[in-house]
Design a protein around this ligand. Structure first.
Ligand SMILES: Cc1cc2nc3c(=O)[nH]c(=O)nc-3n(C[C@H](O)[C@H](O)[C@H](O)COP(=O)(O)OP(=O)(O)OC[C@H]3O[C@@H](n4cnc5c(N)ncnc54)[C@H](O)[C@@H]3O)c2cc1C
Length: 407
C-alpha cells in the first residue's frame, strides 16, 4: 500500500482532509487534476491586486474556521459591512424601489418557510406577475447560481437558516489563504484520477501518471465532475453519482474592470445594474479601496455572459454601468479579468444547489462506501454547501470518518 489515504482534489475540502489526517500521523497523497491547488478558491495577482476569481467572502464569519486559520497564517482579515444592499447615489434604483424589492424578497422567503410549495420548487412561491420577480430571480442567481425554477425549497432553507449575516474578506485573497493551508504531504498536480477501484486491501486509483494504492480514498471533486462520469467507479458508487446529478453546480461568474484617472467613484460602494432584469450584473465598486469594479453575475445572467464570450460580457457590463453613471465612465474602465467557471475543466460550474424534491441527496452523497471510499466537498455539507468553509468542514468530517473506520 503506497499511502494510508489518497485525497482526490486539492480544493478547500481536500486540503482540510489532508491536514487533519497528517496531524493524526497518517500518510497522505493529494492527487489534483489541474496545475494548481485551491480549486474554486483561486486568487490571481493582477495590477498589484489579489483578485478572487472564485470564493471571496468568508461567509458566516463568526463561526467560519478559515478566519482563525487565516489569522494564524498572517493573512489580513477585513471585518465589516458589505455594500451589497446599497446603491451608489441611488442611481437607477431609488430608496423606495429598494425597500419594495427587499420587501418582495423577504415576503418570498416568508412564504417558502410558512407555506412551502408541495412541489418543493421555489419558483412556485413567487407572486404571480409580481413586480419584483426579476429582482428575486437575480438574487437567487447570486445566492444559488440558479433560477428559482431549479431550486429545492428545503435545500435553500437549510442554508438560509444556518447562515449568519457576517461576511468578511481577506486582503491577500481567499484563494491564497486556502492554498497556503496545504500541509506537508505528497502533492501531485496535473494528475487527474481516471478510475477508482476497490481492492481486497483498500483502493487502487488509476491516474495519468500511473496507479496509486491506498487504504482509503477521499473524493472531493465537484458534483458536475462526478455526474459527468469523469472518474470511473464500480457499482458501489452508483447512488453517489446519482445524488451528484441531483445536486448540480449552478453558475456564478466575476468580471473585473480596472479604474483609471479621475473617475469619481467612491470606495466600498455598489450598483445593481438593473433591478428589473433577471440577468443583471451586481457591481461592487472599489472593494477594499482598490481601483477596480468587481462585477458579479449569477444564474441566468452568468449563463448568458459565458455564452456571449468575454468581449460581449465586458460590453454588457460597461453598458450597464454607463447607463447608470453616464457615458464618461467608459474611458475610466478597462477590462482586467473574468472567470468562466462553466468552462473550467475539473470544476464545470460554481456551487451546488439541490433540484426540487432532492434536498436529501446531500445525505446520500456524504455517505461512506464501506471503510474505503469517503466523499467530501461543498455539496456534501448539510447546511453550509456552496461555500468554502462548508467545503473545509466536509473535509474534516471525511477525515474523521476515515480515522473512525480504521479503528
Ligand atoms: C464565482 C464564485 C464565487 C464564490 N464565492 C464564494 C464566497 O464568496 N464565499 C464562499 O464561501 N464560497 C464561495 N464560492 C464557493 C466556493 O468557492 C466553493 O464552494 C469551494 O471552494 C469548493 O471547494 P471544494 O473543495 O468542495 O471543491 P473544489 O474547489 O472544486 O475542489 C475540487 C478539486 O478537485 C479537482 N479535481 C476534479 N476532478 C479531478 C480528478 N479527476 N482527479 C484529481 N483532481 C480532480 C479540481 O481541479 C479541484 O481542484 C464561490 C464560487 C465561485 C465559483
Amino acid at each position: 500500500m503506497d499511502y494510508d489515504v489518497a485525497v482526490i482534489g486539492a480544493g478547500a475540502a481536500g486540503i482540510a482532509a489532508a491536514r487533519r489526517l497528517t496531524d493524526a500521523g497518517r500518510s497522505v497523497i493529494i492527487l489534483e487534476a489541474s496545475n494548481r491547488v485551491g480549486g474554486r478558491a483561486w486568487t490571481v495577482e493582477l495590477s498589484g491586486m489579489a483578485l478572487d476569481m472564485g470564493c471571496g467572502w468568508l461567509h458566516s464569519a463568526e463561526r467560519n474556521p478559515l478566519v482563525a486559520i487565516g489569522r494564524e497564517g498572517g493573512f489580513t482579515i477585513e471585518r465589516g459591512p458589505t455594500a451589497w444592499q446599497s446603491q451608489w447615489r441611488d442611481l437607477g434604483f431609488s430608496p423606495e424601489e429598494r425597500a419594495a424589492a427587499a420587501a418582495a424578497w423577504q415576503a418570498l422567503e416568508k412564504r417558502l418557510r410558512a407555506n412551502p410549495p408541495a412541489s418543493d420548487r421555489a419558483s412556485d412561491a413567487l407572486e404571480p406577475d409580481g413586480e419584483w420577480n426579476a429582482y428575486c430571480q437575480s438574487l437567487s442567481g447570486y445566492l444559488n447560481g440558479a433560477p428559482l425554477e431549479r431550486l429545492s425549497v428545503a435545500d435553500f432553507l437549510a442554508y438560509d437558516s444556518a447562515a449568519t449575516d457576517a461576511n468578511w474578506r481577506v486582503h491577500e485573497g481567499y484563494g491564497n489563504l486556502i492554498g497556503a493551508a496545504v500541509p506537508d504531504v505528497t502533492l501531485r498536480l496535473s494528475t487527474p484520477v481516471r478510475r477508482v477501484a476497490l481492492t481486497s486491501e483498500g483502493v487502487r486509483l488509476e491516474t495519468d501518471r500511473g496507479p496509486v494504492t491506498a487504504g482509503a480514498a477521499i473524493i472531493t471533486v465537484s458534483t458536475n465532475v462526478l455526474a459527468h462520469g469523469t472518474i470511473a467507479f464500480g457499482p458501489e458508487a452508483d447512488d453517489h453519482l446519482h445524488a451528484a446529478a441531483q445536486l448540480p453546480l449552478g453558475l456564478a461568474d466575476k468580471l473585473f474592470m480596472e479604474l483609471h484617472g479621475n473617475h469619481g467613484l467612491e470606495p466600498e460602494t455598489h450598483l445593481l445594474g438593473d433591478a428589473r432584469n433577471d440577468e443583471t450584473g451586481s457591481y461592487y465598486i472599489r472593494p477594499l479601496g482598490r481601483p477596480v469594479v468587481e462585477g458579479f453575475f449569477g444564474g441566468k445572467g452568468a449563463v448568458v455572459i459565458e455564452q456571449a464570450g468575454l468581449l460581449d460580457a465586458f460590453t454588457f457590463a460597461l453598458d450597464q454601468l454607463s447607463s447608470l453613471i453616464g457615458n464618461n465612465i467608459r474611458q475610466h474602465l478597462r477590462p482586467l479579468a473574468a472567470s468562466s467557471w462553466c468552462h473550467t475543466d475539473w470544476v464545470r460550474g460554481s456551487y451546488s444547489h439541490a433540484l426540487p424534491g432532492h434536498a436529501d441527496a446531500r445525505t446520500v452523497l456524504a455517505r461512506p462506501v464501506g471503510d474505503r471510499l469517503f466523499f467530501a466537498g461543498e455539496a456534501t455539507h448539510q447546511s453550509d454547501f456552496s461555500t468554502a468553509h462548508g467545503a473545509w468542514e466536509s473535509g474534516l468530517r471525511a477525515a474523521a470518518e476515515v480515522m473512525g473506520s480504521a479503528g
